[in-house]
Ligand binder design. Structure first.
Ligand code: ARG
Ligand code: ZN
Length: 875
């Protein structure tokens, strides 16, 4: 079945209230749902009430307290259709279902993770608990009563505020929670188990006292203190920046170890993958700390963008996700270095969203059709969705943007709305027409902007020729012209931006050119010196650029552009170009050579003490093999890219030599560990440098020393990565891997790093290494974090081994996907997206991939999730 946006129909029935009663038991849980149902005025009196289910067993059905006659309804595990209903518009329905949480391996609905009952209902998991109108435009007030064994589950949590608890016979007890805010079923949550807690308090701007709790496994409380700090900073920030306050008496977060995604924003009770809660200096890297901060913020921010205002239907997913990602990006930018954060975002967008947009799984930020909504929690909906909101802010300016947000909150609080409603708030608040801009939501594909410029010194005029195009994507051949806001600067000979007197050919305001037509010829007059054009500053639009600019100008921008993002971009473009040329040489059987200037500028920037360390670490991070492959775009041979990149690393290492060594030593911190951005930046730079030092020595000793001396996970894992990448078959490489395993054998989250680092080893033996690691006692196919760490990392971050020429890497992933699909279709389908760029490979690899994909697709026991991904990937 395919769901289409244009088929949306409001429901004939509403459910303003629901009372849920859970008799919790891992093997057999009884759920009694009492629904207040209301037929809408314009619905016919005999309209059937069709409730969604998924694998349910109905125990009892009562209508207005009376046992329902057998001929009044029709029931299957996936649906309850009630055809004989009371004539009154409002009535009460009582539904009793029986479920088995301990047997639930899909991790959707109610399941047990490490002995803890927990739920995941987004998108369509609530129907695995009870029959319901499981769609986001049905908003209900929930009252939840739970009872469970007191020793197994001393803790009983649900959404909203606690109202009652008490002791029962037979060692059981109960608790009642009430959430006064009407919400869709996907925001329902329940947690019951035996957990430790970190508590704190927050006073909102208007003086409301909120009790905060973060629940984790006993003994891990200390590792939740950073998350608590991030939560309080998020709450304050949303008040300051968006005027949004928290609205309940309690806010709880629970960390569980089996979770399909990162985290979930259930009203007042966020449930998290414990990977995004637990951190301390010995077990978490700086990247982990930054992720925790961002995801805690993200889920908290959903309270307004997602919960108070939710989606009318799942086609509108970006309404809450794109917007909330934008909000968490802004939060992190304010907490850390804005420039460094922006570069990281763009790297992520290019690594994850661009390939999606340029391959068979491309879809608009707001899709028009889906078979399985879980497959649309994508980089396009999330990350490109965030870029669209960022562009809206760029186009309107921050004041009008804030006014539009305020209007959106005022107008739609308590509603389930659409992207059109969202955009309309900004149109009404600003008086601008955003219809062309809205295409960013509706049209898939990464637009390309081709650009050339010439300067006429006699007339003091710079003329820029620009052309936009949007490549075709599946089922969208003809594309309309977009409104592309391109931030720019005219960089003068001394590096500062030049002024101009007038401009014609496009609307240009506040340093942004607004492209709205296919072609623009833009002329800047009164430009007194020949400028270098710096374009798409801060990555103001998520496009690809084809710019006619020579290497000298690019080098000039890398040294002088006042926009740090563009400086990084200029260098990145140069390095990518060098790698493409070098990989061609390798493929032609020649030794790759690199331009001295590019090498030396990379080394210079790393040593430039006027720049922050985190930025210098980024300039030193050579584009990854996947980045280069994406730029090449077709007939890709990953081995040649790998060889080219290794040669470039070596060239930089040799040029850096003594300078890098001194730099590295000078960055050693004797201060006690702190996760702040500045300290993290120093560690990032050291970690980048250690790879070059080790390569320059052609000897693992320096990395091994860092591994042994490190007093924090960032440097320990950084050193181990260098050893695994370049020296895995040396005594040091083996010793370090063994020592790490032994030290952290009791910490699954840290062991994931050990799996991950080995999954990235570029070697012909890695496939069999991974097959062995899958037999490791700590590896569990049932745990999504383990699967992602080992097989996910292999498929996404090991270009040479995943794409090994004999097809064995593909086979490994295909077999894992197939095995996993029987237990957890969502995670299996996600893993299968690793094949999305298969058509851009050279012929031999393409054939292997095609064969394996077709074999998988032919199976008749596939989940809907996996069948959907395979079908689209092969189409
Ligand atoms: N809404 C969650 C978040 O982004 C993600 C939940 C996705 N769950 C799923 N089953 N697809 O914060
Ligand atoms: Zn989200």
């Amino acid at each position: 079945q395919i769901f289409r946006l244009e088929d949306y129909q409001p429901s004939n029935y509403l459910i303003p209230e629901i009372a849920l009663d859970f008799r919790l038991d891992p093997q057999e849980t009884l759920v009694t749902a009492t629904l207040t149902v209301e037929r809408i005025a314009r619905a016919p009196a005999d309209a059937p009430l069709i409730l969604d289910g998924d694998g349910l067993t109905l125990e009892a059905l009562r209508i207005n307290g009376e046992e329902a006659a057998t001929d009044s309804h029709d029931v299957s595990p996936d649906r309850l259709t009630i055809t004989r209903l009371p004539a009154s518009r409002q009535f009460e329905l009582t539904i009793v279902t029986r479920i088995a949480p301990a047997m639930n391996t899909t991790l959707m609905g109610l399941y047990v993770s490490n002995g803890v009952f927990c739920t995941q209902c987004e998108a369509e998991g609530f129907r695995r608990i009870t029959y319901f109108l499981d769609r986001p435009d049905i908003l209900s007030v929930y009252t939840v009563r739970m009872e469970a064994d007191r020793s197994e589950a001393p803790l009983l949590l649900s959404n909203g505020n606690p109202v009652e608890k008490g002791v029962l016979a037979d060692g059981r007890h109960f608790a009642v929670w009430h959430d006064p805010f009407p919400k869709p079923s996907y925001l329902f949550a329940l947690v019951a188990g035996d957990l430790g807690v970190v508590k704190d308090r927050f006073t909102t701007a208007s003086g409301r006292e909120v009790d905060l709790g973060i629940y984790v496994e006993h003994g891990k409380e200390e590792r939740a203190t950073y998350a608590m700090d991030a939560l309080k900073r998020s709450m304050r920030w949303d008040e300051d920046r968006f005027g949004r306050e928290y609205d309940l008496d309690v806010f709880n977060i629970v960390a569980v170890s089996d979770f399909n995604m990162g985290a979930m924003e259930n009203k007042g009770l966020n449930v998290f993958n414990d990977k995004y809660v637990l951190a301390d200096h010995d077990t978490a890297t700086d990247a982990d700390f930054a992720n925790i901060e961002a995801i805690i913020a993200h889920e908290y921010f959903h309270n307004w963008t997602g919960n108070r205002i939710t989606c009318r239907d799942w086609f509108q997913l970006c309404l809450k996700e794109g917007l909330t990602v934008f909000r968490d990006h802004e939060f992190s930018a304010d907490q850390r270095s804005r420039a460094v954060k922006r570069i990281a975002e763009v790297r992520g967008l290019r690594a994850h969203q661009f390939p999606e947009d340029q391959g068979p799984l491309a879809h608009p930020v707001r899709p028009r059709r889906y078979r399985e909504i879980n497959n649309f929690y994508t980089a396009t909906v999330y990350e490109k969705g965030s870029e669209v909101v960022r562009m809206l802010c760029t186009i309107l300016g921050s004041e009008a943007f804030r006014a539009g947000m305020d209007l959106y909150f005022d107008r739609h609080d308590g509603q389930a709305v659409t992207i059109e409603d969202f955009v309309k708030s900004f149109e009404d608040a600003s008086g601008r027409d955003l219809s062309q801009f809205s295409l960013w939501y509706h049209q898939a594909g990464t637009p390309n902007v081709a650009l050339s410029s010439r300067y006429d010194g006699n007339k003091n005029a710079l003329t820029v020729e620009i052309e936009q195009s949007v490549p075709p994507t599946p089922s969208e051949n003809r594309k309309r012209l977009m409104h592309i806001p391109l931030a720019f600067g005219l960089v003068g000979p001394d590096g500062s931006d030049l002024d101009y007197e007038s401009v014609e050919g496009a609307n240009v305001e506040n340093g942004v050119m607004h492209l709205r037509r296919r072609r623009h010829q833009i002329t800047f007059k009164g430009v007194t010196a020949r400028p270098v054009l710096s374009i798409n500053r801060g990555f103001s639009a998520p496009v690809t650029l084809s710019v006619e600019i020579n290497a000298n100008e690019q080098l000039f921008l890398a040294r002088h552009d006042s926009d740090p993002f563009s400086r990084w971009q200029a260098l990145n473009t140069l390095l990518t170009g060098a790698l493409i040329t070098a990989s061609k040489s390798v493929r032609g059987g020649k030794k790759p050579v690199f331009d001295d200037e590019i090498i030396s500028i990379t080394a210079d920037l790393a040593a430039d003490e006027t720049l922050e360390e985190a930025f210098r670490a980024l300039t030193l991070s050579v584009p990854g093999e996947a980045d280069v492959a994406r730029e090449i775009g077709r007939d890709i041979d990953p081995d040649t890219i790998h060889a080219a990149r290794k040669a470039l690393l070596l060239a930089i290492a040799q040029a850096g030599g003594e300078t890098f060594r001194k730099l590295y030593d000078g960055l050693l911190d004797n201060a006690p560990f702190s996760p702040d951005a500045r300290s993290a930046g120093r560690r990032a730079l050291r970690n980048t440098l250690i790879e070059f030092l080790t390569l320059d020595d052609a000897n693992p000793a320096a990395a091994y020393r860092q591994f042994e001396d490190a007093d924090n996970m960032t440097e320990r894992a950084g050193a181990l990565t260098v050893l695994a990448q370049h020296f895995h078959d040396t005594a040091e490489g083996r010793a370090a891997l063994a020592a790490f395993e032994e030290r952290y054998s009791n910490n699954p989250l840290v062991l994931d790093k050990w799996f991950q680092i080995q999954a990235m080893i570029p070697s012909a033996e890695t496939v069999s290494l991974i097959r062995n690691l899958m037999k490791h006692p700590q590896f569990l196919l049932a745990n999504p974090n383990r699967v992602r760490a080992l097989v996910g990392t292999f498929s996404m971050a090991n270009q040479t081994a995943f794409h090994s020429a004999d097809g064995e890497g593909y086979r490994l992933v295909a077999e894992t996907v197939t095995a996993l699909d029987r237990h957890n279709p969502q995670v299996a389908a996600r893993l299968a997206t690793a094949f999305r760029s298969w058509r851009s490979l050279e012929k031999g690899r393409r054939e292997h991939a095609r064969k394996l994909l077709s074999e998988m697709a032919r199976r008749d026991d596939l989940s809907r999730d996996l069948a959907d991904i395979l079908e689209r990937t092969l189409a």
